[in-house]
Write a protein that binds this ligand. Sequence first.
Ligand code: NDP
Ligand code: HSE
Length: 436
Amino acid sequence: MKSIKVGILGLGTVGGGTANVLQRNAAEITRRAGRDIEVIIASVRDLTRERRCDCSSLHLTTDPAEVVNHPDVDIVVELIGGETQAKDLVLQAIDNGKHVVTANKALIALHGNEIFAAAQEEGVSVLFEAAVAGGISIIKSIREGMAGNRIDLVAGIINGTGNFILTEMRDKGRPFAEVLTEAQALGYAEADPTFDVEGIDAAHKLTILASIAFGIPLQFENVYTEGISELSLTDVAYAEELGYRIKHLGIAKADASGVELRVHPTLIPAKRLIANVNGVMNAVMVRGDAVGNTLHYGAGAGAEPTASAVVADIVDVARTITADPHSRVPHLAFQPDALANLPIKAQDEFKCAYYLRFEVNDVAGVMSQLSAQFADQDISIEAITQKEPQPGDDFVSVIFITQRTLEGRVDRAIKRIEAMQDVRCKTVKIRVEHLN
Ligand code: NDP
Ligand code: HSE
């Protein structure tokens, strides 16, 4: 049978890894796909740059249009990143009747609705397994493996760079900036690393996961997003003392009243499996009414783990290339005309527990004044700790862990507490998820 011809846009970390995996495992991949898969062309910015893959059997160009317009290319693999040029190239490829595989979560989260509509019209596939959680087949698992379930929770560590930074800070006390530089050198970070540390990359991924899990349109603009750049080692240590670990989570929850979409640092009981996912590893918990809790674990970034997901998508396209477009797995798991516009909850409607740290003057009666504010808002307290003042400090830290409550109530209590004379500065608020 005729081989499947692939054109790759971008031969950097993921593109180079993809070309390597396709070459190294060619025989095994052919056995799975039923056809040979051949990379015939790739585009880069700089032809003189050293490549991590053998480019001798393919045509290397600086013109990406050559790839998407190449008459022999069946599958265009977009691995340049960014959104504007990537979107134009992907739409051009679709218009030319080519199937597309991409690892670009920003592209899918921001422009996926338009891209999938165009692909549907052309009868081509757009696959994006590598866009979420690197090498973990989380999209396939939710879209296909859990197709019989009503899913109400997806929660996970979905940014490898952020988890690598948090792990190194906690385990080795290394400074934030130094660990970020290492993550960049290892090829984990985005071209703009603020996407990793400010939670934007995780929000892109959560947008995709929520859409597939709940059957809702992609809506990045509705994801509440906090990064890890404001986290202090003090809170990391206090959380540990209280039996928790701080992880940066993406959380999508659905109930009868709507959907919560949020990305933020979160305290998790230290004994949970997900609290022990370290370094660049990712883990995604998905809860379905039939299967119960599932946990999906693996490398969240890096050349070959990501290439593993890209190549799996290429094989999927190769297998379905002869199938009728209407019989293929829908891009967003649900049929395009069956997507539901569920209401998205505002931040004050979020419901979880909270770690709150106040810095207060060390005078009698402060603790009861703080407690009274929580009682006023009908917030139950799980634990209270007062820390000894640090040498040189004339204030003490008081930490409350609340029971599950509405964020609006917590924010009202914080506002009143921060107005008190004996309260020193801005409150540290970190959400707590018990995930049980
Ligand atoms: P790199 O920066 O390592 O590679 C980008 C490649 O695209 C390079 O080969 C570059 O060329 C080429 N390129 C960039 N801009 C242009 C342009 N305007 N025209 C032509 N070629 C261009 O990025 P990554 O491989 O890390 O990431 C690629 C995509 O994969 C991104 O969407 C990223 O979010 C996603 N991703 C990355 C993961 C990772 O672990 N790194 C994991 C999962 C997804 P040149 O080499 O000449 O500079
Ligand atoms: N920068 C991303 C991360 C790459 O660190 O998770 C994988 O999507």
